[in-house]
Design a protein around this ligand. Structure first.
Ligand code: GTP
Length: 574
């Protein structure tokens, strides 16, 4: 019996020498494995089968056994060549195993059996590490450790022989890593929720939900949830990860559809979007009602691997149809969903397990989320630019490029207020092209437009930077002159009047002369509003029109000249 026992050690693997072992040793290669379909193989059966040589060596260090209802029995031999007991910890770099049951055989006796896993409330675990672990004190001599693994989640058993101190040191590094990761995700989340609320743009809402579901999924599958948020609740521990996995898929697709603006760029796919959402929600309901945890995770992880293909295909199609923002989307999802696909594939056992690949989803998603946030910020900049352009356009008259009536009021008001407060002279010139209807009727609207542009240019050339010039109406212009007396305004009006009359507007090679009539008014202390000054200038303009046109009339202050406007100069009209 003893001979058989030692022979079987020889067949499977060599013992791990504790006195030589480094602080943290990855021991999957030293495991001997028996995969059984029924879970009624007892410890004694497993030990017998080990002794009969039914366990196979795991020389390649296989970690992932994929989605299986099988039970995995593993055996590892530990030799303590010293004369004192040595404490070591079996540490699984996985947080979602249903059960990991350890049986310690020393000198042909079962000396300890320790059960752990997700089927126990977290508080009942002897070892309170986030990942599954079990501490044991190895007596001098050879100990065989048989471990039974079972899970309704992917069967992933990256097994380390380590020490409590090393776990503590690693935990600190982990705290930094997850502190950074969750901090970064949290900032992105808050930033996008604020944008979603303030801009009422559905893309930011779906982005926030996509981000939140990934964050929740990560909290669940890394074991943070079980350790901190629901340590007693086995039901939540069983279903939270699956729920968040499906939420991540559904909101990922919803965000993709919104970001790619399917309605505009891929209308054919858009027609099916409601159907796709409904199908995904129904699928989620079905897997929960069916209550088959393993099947649910299997389908979920499968869909996660498909997301990268769906995202990139739709992205390329949208790009082809002219959606410029996709230049951000494609690299982002390539990295993010690509990382998720690698994590899924390594979990599934399609590609060999590697801790970097397993955490690919976290790094990938962080990069993806940052690029997408950048894209949304870029979009914000574009929206802002468009808003500013619209605002600028709304201020100017498109034909002459001068301020319009609204912009005139906005720009003149503060100068008016300042002048009134400081009691400096303020003047207004209102001018109207003479016989403009006749010009339009006789030479056409295009010639009328050229006249308007030529006059606008003349006006611009004669005013000061501090004056406010605008197109007041159809063929009317207005100039507000701060710090200008009526006398100076009249002088300027006459200069402009003469200049307008001398500027030729061409029609079929023939130059036409255009004239304008001017009304000038000055602020006086009984005025309260800018409009009152404009009204006076308008009265003076009316007088100018009645006085034969191509003249400047002023409206003297009622204090010195109580009633009639005065004609200053007159020339023949067109
Ligand atoms: N070409 C052109 N014509 C315009 C524009 N805006 C207004 N008008 C024309 O300007 C003309 C103004 O005519 P009226 O108000 O009768 O004035 P008027 O012919 O200049 O006569 P008086 O002002 O009394 O000298 C109308 O025929 C309008 O159609 C424009 O942007 N372009």
């Amino acid at each position: 019996m003893v001979l058989l026992f030692f022979c079987s050690f020889y067949v499977t693997s060599k013992p791990i020498e504790l006195t030589d072992a480094v602080d943290e040793l990855f021991i999957n290669k030293q495991l001997a494995i028996l995969q059984v379909t029924s879970d009624d193989v007892s410890f004694e059966d497993a030990l017998n089968r080990y002794r009969q040589g039914e366990f196979s060596p795991n020389h390649e260090g296989k970690v992932s056994f994929g989605f299986t209802r099988d039970v995995i029995w593993t055996s590892v031999l530990i030799n303590n060549a010293s004369s004192i007991a040595i404490k070591k910890v079996f540490y699984l770099d996985s947080a979602w195993l249903d059960s990991a049951d350890f049986y310690f055989v020393h000198q042909h006796q079962l000396v300890a059996n320790l059960f752990t896993g997700d089927t126990l409330p977290f508080s009942l675990r002897r070892s309170q590490t986030r990942m599954i672990s079990e501490e044991y004190e190895f007596e001098p001599g050879l100990t065989q450790v048989l471990i039974r693994f079972e899970s309704k989640d992917p069967l992933l058993i990256p097994l380390y022989l380590t020490t409590a101190q090393t776990i503590q040191q690693n935990a600190e590094l982990n705290h930094y890593f997850y502190g950074f990761l969750y901090g970064a995700f949290f900032i992105l989340l808050v930033y996008n929720i604020v944008l979603a609320v303030s801009l009422k743009d559905s893309r930011y809402i779906y982005y926030s939900l996509y981000l939140l579901s990934f964050l929740s999924l990560n909290v669940a599958y890394t074991g943070h949830g079980f350790k901190v948020l629901w340590p007693e609740n086995l039901f939540v521990q069983r279903w939270a990860m699956i729920f968040f996995l499906y939420s991540y898929i559904i909101f990922g697709i919803a965000f993709c559809f919104e970001f790619l603006k399917l309605k505009t760029y891929l209308p054919r796919v858009y027609r099916f979007s409601q159907l796709i959402y409904a199908a995904l929600v129904l699928l989620m309901l079905a897997v929960f009602i069916n209550a088959d945890q393993l099947l649910a995770v299997n389908i979920g992880v499968g869909l996660t691997s498909c997301l990268v293909v769906i995202f990139i295909s739709l992205g390329l199609l949208a790009l082809k149809n002219g959606h410029a923002m996709v230049k951000f989307f494609i690299p982002a999802v390539f990295i993010g969903a690509g990382g998720a696909a690698f994590s899924a594939a390594t979990t599934w056992g399609i590609i060999p397990y590697n801790t970097f690949l397993f955490h690919g989803i976290e790094i990938g998603m962080l990069i993806e989320m940052s690029i997408l946030a950048l894209a949304l910020a870029f979009n914000l900049k574009e929206v802002d630019k468009a808003r500013i352009t619209a605002e600028v356009i709304a201020q100017y008259d498109h034909l002459t490029g001068l301020y319009n009536r609204r912009a005139f009021t906005i720009n003149a008001a503060p100068l008016w207020e300042l002048g009134v407060r400081e009691q400096t002279p303020l003047s207004m010139i209102l001018l109207d092209i003479d016989w403009f209807k006749t010009i339009n009727d006789k030479y056409g609207h295009a010639v009328g437009d050229s006249a308007l542009k030529a006059i606008a240019k003349t006006l611009q050339q004669h005013i000061r930077k501090s004056d406010v010039l605008a197109r007041w109406g159809g063929e009317e212009f207005i100039i507000f002159l701060p710090n200008t007396s009526q006398q100076a305004a009249i002088q300027l009006a006459n200069t402009i009047r003469e200049k307008i009359a001398s500027v030729a507007v061409f029609h079929d090679g023939e130059g036409l002369s255009v004239t304008a009539s001017f009304g000038v008014a000055e602020y006086h202390s009984q005025m309260n509003k800018l409009e009152e000054l404009i009204k006076l200038a308008d009265k003076a303009l009316y007088q100018a029109k009645n006085s034969g046109r191509n003249v400047v009339c002023d409206f003297p202050s009622p204090i010195t000249h109580p009633s009639q406007p005065q004609e200053i100069a007159q020339q023949d009209a067109v």
